[in-house]
Design a protein around this ligand. Structure first.
Ligand code: ASP
Length: 449
């Protein structure tokens, strides 16, 4: 049995939906189909999820939301017309949206989730109708009703463990199941969504619950590439990688697969195959627990902007028991999540996503560090990018850090920080955001020619 997920661009138009139906119909093992909301039809287009967020914001601000609402409805109307489905489909979607707005709760986050979730929910209903029209018996299921239970962290929910047993029952369905991605229900019945891009997570949960033989994730590229092909067009395709490599690369900027979607698949040992809706015959990228390293020491290099560091100096820091714990405790108490902590004998830096620090939070944290840790100096630096060199082979092969630092040095890129964990699956370099592209080209040239 295969669980298949189709991302936003694979369900953005009637043409794409028809390709998807052909893909599912061509393999009798494809029994559970997870769908996103309609995504971009071309590079300047807007995803339905973004249209829904704009609509929800207009409602929350008390504005006239009619134009925003019609923009969403017209995306579905186009699909309905091109698929020659009944006009009542669009009327039902419009009524659904108006219902969500009229019956909204006072909790803005909860309302936002109900609106965002409608993107996948309504698309799944349209897609189920399209399957049936094509003679492929399929049924829409509502995630909350079949046991996709999530925590009540609206916009950032996590699956609750009891979901898996209930969702396992989907295996028994004689019809193909069309399952909307991205959302589920809290224990008290409210709609809650995963983080953005979370339909990948839905697919992984279902694959783990039904113990699928493979989780196929259809997107709009032939495979995962060793580097962002928009920045490095010569980057090779990755045929095989491990869960750990995929997680590291997704975390550090690869947009093809959501970093949190790896976890359910890892726990149940479900292979993940990333494939292209527009070229389903291409083999794609297979992600499994282990791989033959061969000469593919470094599998990929990811990068992303938007980081900052808090750097602290204190003479004899290495002798001060509990310094690191007290520093991290300040962050914990202020509700800040950190990414890395490179350190020296008298210095420690904490790397954070810049979005975690607003001006007010920054001054509270700096004041507390000064008062509670009495450092010699403390500084915040914004505008950092992280580069992540990833490959299980680095555990065995010599000279990877040397090769990377030489490439960066030759390109005139100043390395602000380096971090390598004990697993030796990745090496992280922090550089200035303004140097990121130069650094990526230098590493691309050095590792992939
Ligand atoms: N539609 C949602 C988003 O754009 C979830 C997804 O497509 O995975 O984030």
């Amino acid at each position: 049995m295969k669980v298949v997920k189709f991302g936003g661009s694979s369900v953005a138009s009637a043409e794409q939906i028809l390709k998807m139906i052909d893909i599912v119909a061509s393999d009798a093992d494809r029994r559970i189909v997870v769908v996103s909301a309609p995504g971009k039809r071309h590079s300047d287009d807007t995803k339905v999820t973004d249209l829904l967020i704009a609509l929800a914001n207009t409602v929350l601000e008390g504005g006239d939301y009619e134009t925003d609402l019609q923009q969403v409805v017209s995306r579905y109307a186009e699909i309905q017309q091109d698929l020659e489905l009944s006009e009542s489909v669009v009327a039902t979607i419009e009524a659904d949206l108006r219902g969500r707005i009229e019956n909204r709760t006072t909790n803005a986050l909860q309302f936002m989730d109900a609106m965002k979730a409608s993107g996948e929910d309504n698309n799944a209903k349209v897609i189920a109708a399209a399957f049936n029209k094509k003679g492929c018996p399929a049924k829409y299921v509502n995630p909350g009703e079949v046991g996709m239970l999530l925590s009540d962290e609206f916009g950032n929910a996590e699956v609750l463990p009891e979901s898996f047993d209930q969702l396992a029952e989907l295996k028994a369905s004689s019809e193909i199941i069309i399952f909307p991605g991205f959302f589920g229900s809290t224990k008290t019945g409210e709609v809650a969504t995963f983080p953005r891009g979370g339909s990948d997570i839905t697919g992984a949960i279902l694959a783990a619950a039904v113990k699928a033989d493979v989780y196929e994730n259809f997107t709009d590229v032939d495979s995962v590439y060793a580097m962002d092909p928009r920045l490095v067009p010569t980057a090779p395709a990755i045929e095989r990688m491990t869960y750990r490599e995929m997680r590291e690369l997704s975390y550090a900027g690869f947009g093809v697969f959501h970093e949190e979607a790896i976890i359910p698949a890892v726990h149940a040992h479900i292979p993940i195959c990333i494939k292209n809706t527009n070229r389903p015959q291409a083999p794609g990228t297979l992600v499994t627990l282990t791989r033959e390293v061969g000469d593919q020491v470094v599998v990929g290099i990811a990068s992303s902007d938007g980081f900052c560091s808090i750097s602290i100096d204190k003479y004899m820091m290495n002798r001060e028991i509990g310094f690191g714990r007290r520093l991290l405790q300040i962050l914990e108490e202020e509700g800040i999540s950190y990414e890395h902590t490179p350190s020296g004998i008298d210095s420690i830096s904490v790397i954070l996503k810049s979005s975690e620090l607003c001006t007010q939070k920054e001054s509270v944290i700096l004041e507390r560090i000064k008062a509670e840790l009495t450092p010699d100096s403390v500084e915040v630096e914004y505008g950092l990018a992280l580069l992540m060199l990833v490959g299980e082979g680095m555990h065995f092969a010599l000279g990877n850090a040397a090769q990377a630092t030489r490439a960066l040095g030759d390109a005139g890129v100043n390395i602000e920080m380096i971090n390598m964990g004990a697993s030796e699956t990745s090496i992280m370099f922090a550089v200035k955001e303004t140097d990121r592209k130069k650094a990526i080209h230098a590493l691309g040239e050095s590792y992939f020619g």
